[in-house]
Design a protein. Structure first.
Length: 256
């Protein structure tokens, strides 16, 4: 069975607001997610770290696979924060941890220091948890060739790569050439066939763009997991969830 995860950040209207204060409890959606066909949940960091003790206990007891989506800084080591994230990962028994290298646009990145901090973070994690680097714009992993050089310094079994569904084929080809054997998770969000604009749209918009991209990745040998990362913006978690289910069901028709 292909693994498609519900990214809880897709349901959070405060995801980019100051404080990142959650507006709903993920535990209220766990059973729905399983019944509707999601394999697991990619848990936004703040849906756990800023949750009540009761909510944390419910998530720890949830009978569903988790990935943990963290925004922890690799630029500066903070033992308390690193331990908090590791404890959260252990509590929900996360199969994978999404992380990012630091920004690349405001300073010259200290790659050796970030690698050192990444390994400190990894040492705190369970042995069964895979570390998944999101090769995100405006980070040191944005340039595929640079990312490939950094991945070469990391154990292939422990460290994987996350890329994004919406991109251009030329760029995706560079990613596969540089670190294709690392790519095991795809963040799925869609802004339209030209990947432009500020709002997200339904993936099944009739253009065939999402289908073409899924076919491209499969053609490259991709057999990993997907996550519905962002959806058409609404006012409530419930409305976001409806869109997430629609996108997940469409992805299932393409990725079998």
């Amino acid at each position: 069975m292909k693994e498609i995860y519900l990214g809880t950040v897709s349901m959070e209207k405060n995801r980019w607001e100051p404080g990142r204060v959650p507006t709903f409890n993920v535990s209220d959606f766990v059973n729905k997610a399983k019944e509707d066909g999601f394999y697991g949940i990619e848990l936004w960091q703040y849906h756990y770290t800023l949750a009540s003790d009761e909510e944390k206990a419910k998530l720890a007891a949830a009978d569903i696979p988790f990935f943990f989506n963290t925004y922890i800084s690799l630029e500066k080591y903070d033992e308390k924060t690193y331990k908090e994230i590791a404890d959260a990962v252990k509590a929900v028994k996360a199969k994978g941890v999404k992380f990012n290298f630091g920004h690349s646009y405001d300073c010259i990145p200290d790659i050796p220091k970030q690698l050192e901090n990444l390994k400190k973070l990894t040492d705190m994690m369970p042995d069964y948890t895979k570390m998944l680097c999101e090769c995100h714009a405006n980070t040191v992993m944005e340039v595929p060739e640079t990312a490939g050089e950094i991945f070469a310094k990391l154990d292939k079994e422990r460290y994987g790569a996350i890329i994004h569904l919406s991109t251009d084929i030329e760029f995706a080809d560079r990613c596969y050439a540089a670190y294709g054997d690392r790519i095991c998770h795809i963040h799925c969000a869609y802004k339209g066939a030209e990947t432009s604009g500020t709002g997200f749209k339904a993936m099944n918009d009739g253009t065939g763009y999402v289908e073409n991209m899924i076919n491209y990745y499969v053609g490259k040998g991709f057999d990993g997991s997907l996550a519905v990362e962002f959806v058409k913006f609404e006012d409530t978690a419930e409305a976001h969830y409806v869109h997430a289910v629609e996108d997940m069901k469409y992805l299932k028709t393409l990725y079998k």
